[in-house]
Design a protein around this ligand. Structure first.
Ligand code: ZN
Length: 310
């Protein structure tokens, strides 16, 4: 265990769906220098988004769960990152009730740029406002030159308390060293493959799903692998190869695909040692996803990243 490192903050997924796992985990955690917050989205609420299902919870139980986190001084971040919202959506009674209920400095709201971000800024100033990674993927910022990426995030941190950075930039110290790292949040276990060409499609389908009365969308898993057996095969492989995201059997990036060659896609999961390196270089906020995982799989990720590593 490394105890000499400075404070690290983990924003953990599934504050509601994994509460049965997270609350005892938080109580048992004896690791120093760790601050925790949790986040979750809500089924049936058009403001929800992200890569995973929203949670369903009755109001009384929700009050109890929120109180449990409050007593442990663990912040709750509302996942309201639907990027397809318009002015009419702001009247949503369920969303407003949640904003009223959680409004204090310990808690946050994850949003995309636009009407809901402005609304929260103006009416609920106590919240920590967190800019969703969805925005950065929609803007395809990872494909810009380094100095343009730096300018992009320099601008965004002006109007948010924290800005979530796409996984592809996690170890890009050429970019990160020029930014205020204490205002950035890094996703360590993105479900999409590295440089997935379908990121915008994933987020848009999911955001559309949450805007329908039934809520949700079937698109939860990365589409990149399936695309290699369809009409978009050549374009998908070419894109991934260009970004060193196709690996040979030894794990090295493939420069040119040979006929019949065995190919694996590079995953976006970081190694705990890489998180440690980022922390040493001044990165502070890390996010662990896993709302859709079985509790046992999420617990494994918690142990790997939050306990084993820290
Ligand atoms: Zn994907």
């Amino acid at each position: 265990m490394i105890t000499s490192l400075r404070m690290i903050h983990w924003n953990l997924s599934g504050g509601i769906v994994h509460r049965g796992l997270l609350l005892p985990f938080i109580d048992a955690l004896e690791v120093p220098n760790v601050a925790l917050s949790v986040h979750d989205g809500f089924s049936g609420l058009s403001w929800s988004a992200g890569r995973e299902r929203g949670s369903t919870i009755v109001p009384d139980t929700l009050d109890n769960v929120l109180e449990q986190y409050r007593q442990r001084d663990v912040g709750f971040n509302l996942l309201f990152s639907n990027h397809l919202l318009g002015p009419d959506d702001l009247a949503n009674a369920y969303g407003n009730r949640l904003l009223e209920k959680l409004h204090d400095e310990r808690n946050g709201v994850v949003v995309c740029d636009g009407v809901l971000a402005d609304y929260v800024r103006e009416r609920y100033p106590k919240y920590q406002l967190i800019r969703s990674v969805i925005n950065a993927y929609l803007d395809e910022v990872i494909y810009r030159p380094s100095d343009a990426i730096v300018r992009y995030f320099q601008e965004k941190v002006q109007t948010y308390d924290r800005v979530v950075v796409p996984s592809e930039l996690n170890l890009r110290f050429d970019v990160l060293d020029q930014l205020d790292k204490s205002k950035l949040e890094f996703l360590v276990n993105n479900n999409c493959f590295w440089h997935c060409p379908f990121a915008i499609k994933h987020y848009t389908q999911i955001a559309n799903g949450f805007k329908k009365p039934a809520g949700g969308s079937p698109t939860r898993i990365c589409l990149a692998q399936a695309a290699t057996s369809g009409p978009e095969r050549d374009r998908t492989l070419d894109h991934l190869r260009k970004h060193d995201a196709l690996l040979d059997e030894t794990g090295k990036p493939i420069k040119q695909i040979k006929f019949g060659q065995r190919i694996t896609f590079k995953k976006s999961w970081m190694k705990p040692a890489e998180v440690e390196l980022m922390q040493r270089e001044g990165c502070l906020h890390f996010k662990l996803q896993g709302r859709d995982c079985a509790a046992s799989a999420f617990e494994e990720a918690l142990r790997l990243f939050v306990v084993e590593y820290t």
